[in-house]
Design a protein around this ligand. Structure first.
Ligand code: SF4
Ligand code: SF4
Length: 253
């Protein structure tokens, strides 16, 4: 039996220098409190529908929307990410969360994983050594002990699935058409707070109103071989985001 023990050491490391994935309503509240939310856009080439028994493809399919890059079918995933350098704007004295009762689901889940295809690996987490030496059992054979954390993970996954159409509409509304190639990096889009807040509220209220003709996406990678392959198959590939596009940046992994 493989057991992981954990108890939060309240070190605050998971509240510093982050891009924190948020649900739609959480992103609205984060912006209303004066925080910054960026959009992380990535795309998976999707030339054919994978087999029905491909569990990973099924998971990604539920969290992405169909689009095209030139002649290549793709699926686009968008993450709403609270972005801050240094301590989270909600982190108060004595390393206490100032919005504890309203904190985002991802804050309730950490250091557990939301993605079912990622195993919990303490060495990849920010928590100090002593947190993993606590007597409290956290997971046994990869199954989380704490029901509250499990519920938060389920709620996060459901919110992710439920927001796909709103994210598609949000991209249309904001005119986004650049995405990274999945697992190679991220295209990060920073919009003015009021503009993004208005767009989030609009598409939440009426997603159909933003059902316009889909635009074709340019896929960005910092790897020459990837871009050359994309162009060979008729996709739109680029080595970087267009420097004239204000608010866009590419971060390679
Ligand atoms: S919202 Fe609270 S728990 Fe989440 S990162 Fe900020 S201070 Fe930490
Ligand atoms: S990094 Fe880990 S130990 Fe430190 S506050 Fe966050 S969850 Fe707790």
């Amino acid at each position: 039996m493989d057991s992981t023990h954990f108890d939060c050491a309240r070190c605050g490391k998971c509240c510093t220098d982050l891009r924190l994935p948020l649900t739609f309503p959480e992103a609205v509240r984060w912006l209303e409190r004066g925080g910054q939310v960026d959009l992380l856009c990535e795309a998976l080439p999707w030339p054919v529908e994978p087999d029905a028994d491909n569990a990973y493809a099924a998971y990604k399919r539920k969290r992405t929307f169909a689009a095209t890059s030139g002649e290549l079918p793709i699926r686009v995933g968008v993450t709403l990410a609270a972005t801050f350098t240094g301590p989270c704007p909600n982190l108060g004295e004595a390393i206490r969360c100032g919005i504890y009762e309203e904190r985002p689901l991802v804050c309730r889940v950490y250091p557990a994983e939301i993605n079912p295809f990622f195993a919990l690996k303490p060495e990849f987490k920010l928590c100090p050594e002593e947190a993993w030496q606590a007597p409290t059992p956290f997971a046994i054979d990869g199954v989380l002990i704490d029901a509250v954390t499990r519920d938060s993970i389920d709620a996060s996954r459901r919110a992710d699935e439920a927001s796909v159409e709103m994210k598609r509409a949000l991209c249309e509304r904001l005119g986004l058409d650049r995405a990274s190639v999945v697992n190679e990096g991220f295209v990060i889009v920073t919009s003015a707070r009021e503009r993004l807040l208005g767009a989030l509220i609009d598409v939440q209220q009426d997603v159909q109103a933003h059902d316009t003709a889909p635009q074709t996406w340019t896929l960005v990678s910092n790897r020459r071989a990837t871009v050359d392959t994309l162009i060979e198959v008729g996709a739109l590939g680029a080595m970087d985001v267009d420097a004239t596009r204000e608010g866009y940046q590419y971060i390679g992994l």
